[in-house]
Design a protein around this ligand. Structure first.
Ligand code: ADP
Ligand code: MG
Ligand code: MG
Length: 877
């Protein structure tokens, strides 16, 4: 079994196709070497070796032999040797998992230095400063990564030296100081570990490889995988790569760049670099980096070469690349390339642009955007008309706006978010330890760091608004306050941040939705060309119906008529209806309600001209329209003590009696849905009249109305038959009266297990099915939706459930019932129309299931319509 793969020097063994084995970094290093891009040579130890090491707690057999052979190769290729005092080979040891995990796994640079080779390096390069700068970096990184020693120990020593010398930058420390630091660092190492800093290079290497393997299971890596649904079984590869040095003076440097702007997707070469610096200096925000445009001026040849290489890489990968490079004395090396993380807006723009550039086709473009990213494009922004005090500006690191209370620590952010508080995490800079807090926060604000700093990269990945490098503010952690422009903002006070503009405001801003951009329209049109599922919306009001139409909804899949009962001027009439002692009184009240319902339908029909509208007859139990029992008791007490009018007391008492009569032990399973329509047919009659009258009127005006009347909570075909008779009789008589004919359908919800199991019988009477997966989930699991919050989180935590079945369709159980319902329904009515309403209609996974199961449409809330359009196209591909 082969565990080690060489790259570089025309001997590359791997390729981009081997990500699973070599990790993303290793596979791409190999690919770049294959493409003839200048990459320092090295070798990759496979993820398989890591997995075996973790499983057996020991190295797989033969791994070290292979490593030795590859070291030989590397030494030949570079002409240097590990531990050679004359010409020492130095290497980096870099982790790289199959899925990129930024900042999660640690890298050691300059491995191969010891007291002897450092002198050799100094002599060979004729640069003592550089050699000792590299050595002190190595000791610190090695201590940190391999032994977990707190880097503050070292940082403090560096700061001390800077203070003594009165300088601010690491690069201003002189050679002797670097030498002193090396000695002091070694002492820290000895103090913390009890042993001397390892001088044996093979031992250094072994310890470092070990650390990379083990880092797969460190807390922050585990947390990242958990948050991003990455399997723990993948393991990480280890890359051992010859060092190139960006810290050899002013003609050397290191940087990171993107082939396009990762925030906006704009096609522009975008990046940052530092001269005389190594590795992570850019990302860590130690010094503020220069823009890549400065490189164009300072080293035009290198810039040109870099630009050419990155364009070649983008053409090759057919995707935006995120690259790392180092310049050693004017010579350029590429150290990493990968498909760049980007904001949702950038993902959208890049995908659409690349189709126009003929790099990818429409189908590929449609697959480039996660449905959830559409949510982010539809992110709120600060209302431009709001007048707020600008506190400070920084970099627009991740778009969208957020409002929340200031918190200064990740833990605190997590705590407050648990209590449903909106918070903004404010930090000097973030590190991987802050991931949990960043996730919990509505937005992130940092004082230091550039567009590629940890905070920026992670926030973009999370789709969280973020402002970085906001050096106009200063934080006093001890006092729990930050100051800006003379204002002091305490922890717990509200601020607003705008990650699209890089601005911070005092107080709570009004947030507003951005206009759906042209690219989104284009992308969704491509999705529409591909998908076969129709996308409808759940809308109860004309406003929602219009909004959904703008988002591209092709009809309404669920219009809940009870929402029309709740209006301020309607509730008294509804109560009158409920409290009527006899049918006559009830009909009187219903007659008052009918024109109100009709008005609503008129507007909804107009908004959905030409598209079908599924209208569900009244579903909830009647007590929902009455006031709360305890409130009424209070009210009576108050009226009596204040000597209120007898009439009023009697009225409230009547109400109370009614509430009492209607009270149910388990209203979810009680007197609701078609059961109401059967006991009080006049209620449904009124609703049907309102629907058909509205339809007739509009139809004669030339509006194309397609009503689908839906009977809820049917479990038995006889219920359906009973209510359907009310529907047809009423509709018939209205149409006769109006002299107009309306093509309407009459169908039912499938939302009870018995309905799914007897769908063949039900389909004889029903012209369509709509799977009401909220109730179906409730009744299949026997979980009350209103009470499940007490145990569902624990269930998910303990792994009893993978996810909340009310959010993500339970395909195994509820989905199985749906399939039975679909099959049986089609067996007795082959052309029956079927859809899904309920929360699941907007969830990408559930949409894909709905497609596979053969539904005709999904229906979801208006804002999820674009998501559903994309997800149903992706379901086909
Ligand atoms: P990360 O995944 O955190 O980016 P990397 O392994 O890519 O970690 O490395 C961290 C930094 O060290 C990067 O800036 C990278 O370019 C730099 N680096 C890694 N290997 C070498 C090398 N052989 N020579 C010079 N710089 C290197
Ligand atoms: Mg990197
Ligand atoms: Mg229901």
């Amino acid at each position: 079994k082969k565990f080690v793969y060489f790259f570089g020097d025309n001997q590359t063994e791997g390729s981009n196709k081997m990500k699973h084995l070599l990790g993303g970094k290793g596979a791409n290093l190999a690919e770049m070497a294959n493409l003839g891009v200048p990459v320092p040579p090295g070798f990759t130890i496979s993820t398989e070796a890591c997995v075996l090491y973790m499983k057996n707690n020991d190295y797989p057999e033969g791994m070290w032999d292979e490593i030795d052979k590859n070291i030989d190769k590397l030494e030949k290729s570079t002409g240097k040797k590990f531990g050679d005092p004359e010409n020492p080979l130095l290497s980096s040891v870099r982790s790289g998992a199959p899925i990129s995990m930024p900042g999660m796994m640690d890298t050691v640079l300059n491995l191969g230095l010891n007291d002897e080779t450092v002198r050799g390096l100094a002599k060979r390069t004729d640069n003592e400063w550089f050699a000792y700068d590299s050595y002190r970096r190595f000791i610190m990184m090695f201590s940190d990564v391999v032994l977990g020693i707190d880097t503050n120990e070292f940082e403090n020593l560096i700061q001390q030296k800077k203070d003594e010398l009165g300088v601010t930058e690491d690069t201003e420390l002189d050679t002797n100081t670097m030498k002193d630091l090396v000695e002091e660092f070694k002492s820290v190492y000895k103090e913390k570990t009890g042993s001397d800093f390892p001088q044996e290079i093979k031992q250094q290497l072994k310890m470092a490889i070990n650390a990379v393997f083990n880092s797969w299971n460190n807390e922050r890596a585990k947390k990242y995988r958990q948050l991003n649904d990455i399997s723990d079984e993948l393991g990480t590869a280890v890359n051992v790569q010859a060092m190139v040095f960006g810290n050899m003076g002013e003609t050397s440097g290191t940087g990171v760049a993107f082939t396009r702007n990762p925030a906006t997707g704009e096609k522009e070469f975008y990046g940052e670099y530092l001269t005389n610096a190594q590795g992570e200096d850019v990302v860590a925000g130690i010094r503020t980096p220069k823009s890549i445009q400065a490189l164009k001026e300072n080293m035009p040849d290198v810039y040109k070469q870099l630009d050419d290489i990155t364009q070649k890489l983008e053409q090759h990968y057919k995707d935006m690349q995120d690259i790392e490079f180092t310049i050693e004395k004017g010579k350029l090396y590429m150290l990493q390339t990968r498909n760049a993380k980007r904001t949702a807006a950038a993902a959208l723009k890049v995908a659409v642009d690349m189709v126009y550039e003929n790099l990818i086709n429409k189908k590929e473009a449609v697959m480039r955007l996660k449905p959830s990213q559409i949510d982010q494009v539809l992110h709120p922004m600060i209302d431009p008309d709001s007048e707020l005090e600008l506190l400070s500006s920084g970099l627009a690191a991740s778009p969208g706006a957020a409002v929340g209370k200031v918190v200064f620590s990740a833990e605190h952010a997590e705590e407050m978010a648990q209590n449903n508080e909106d918070v903004i995490l404010v930090r000097t800079e973030t590190s991987p330890e802050d991931i949990g807090g960043m996730h919990a926060a509505k937005g992130v604000l940092t004082v230091r760091g550039g567009m590629t700093s940890h905070a920026a990269v992670v926030a973009r990945g999370m789709g969280k608004p973020c402002v970085c490098g906001c050096d106009g503010i200063s934080i006093d952690m001890n006092k729990g306050v930050f100051t800006a422009k003379g204002y002091s903002i305490n922890e717990g006070e509200c601020i607003s941040i705008d990650g699209s503009e890089g601005k911070i405001y005092m107080g709570e801003a009004e947030l507003k939705m951005p206009n759906v951009s042209g690219e989104l329209e284009t992308m969704l049109q491509w999705a529409d060309e591909i998908r076969s599922l129709n996308v409808r919306t759940n809308a109860d009001t004309p406003e929602d119906a219009k909004l959904a139409r703008d988002f591209g909804a092709e009809g309404i899949g669920l219009c809940r008529t009870e929402h029309m009962f709740f209006g301020e001027e309607r509730i008294p009439v509804v109560r009158e209806m409920i409290m009527a002692d006899n049918k006559e009184d009830r009909e009187k009240a219903l007659q008052k309600l009918q024109p109100m319902q009709k008005d609503d339908f008129l507007d909804i029909f107009r908004a959905m001209d030409g598209y079908p509208i599924t209208i569900r007859l009244l579903d909830p139990p009647l007590h929902e329209f009455l006031p709360n029992y305890e409130d009424l008791i209070e009210k009576i007490k108050k009226l009596e003590s204040e000597g209120g009018k007898q009439e009023e007391i009697k009225r409230v008492n009547d109400l109370l009696r009614n509430v009492d009569t209607l009270k149910e032990t388990n209203p979810m399973l009680g007197h609701r849905g078609c059961r109401l329509g059967i006991t009080y047919p006049e209620i449904y009659e009124m609703q049907i009249k309102a629907i058909i009258e509205a339809a007739c009127e509009l139809s004669s005006e030339g509006t194309n109305v397609i009503p689908e009347i839906m009977i809820p909570l049917v479990s038995n075909e006889k219920e359906l038959d009973f209510v359907k008779k009310t529907v047809t009789d009423t509709a018939e008589s209205v149409m006769n009266e109006k002299g107009t004919n309306i093509d309407y359908l009459c169908g039912t919800m499938i939302e009870l297990p018995r309905a799914a199991l007897t769908a063949d019988k039900i389909a004889k009477g029903a012209e369509f099915f709509s799977f009401g997966t909220n109730d179906l989930t409730q009744t299949t699991f026997g979980y009350s939706r209103d009470d499940a919050g007490k145990f569902l989180p624990l269930y998910i935590d303990k792994g009893i459930l993978e996810s909340d079945p009310f959010a993500v369709l339970d395909q195994e159980g509820v989905g199985e019932l749906m399939k039975i319902g679909i099959d049986k329904g089609r067996s007795s009515r082959p052309d029956i129309k079927m859809g899904i309403c309920g929360e699941h209609g907007g969830d990408p996974e559930s949409i894909s299931f709905s497609y596979e199961a053969g539904l005709n449409y999904v229906s979801c809330s208006p804002y999820r319509v674009p998501i559903a359009r994309l997800a149903s196209a992706q379901a086909v591909l």
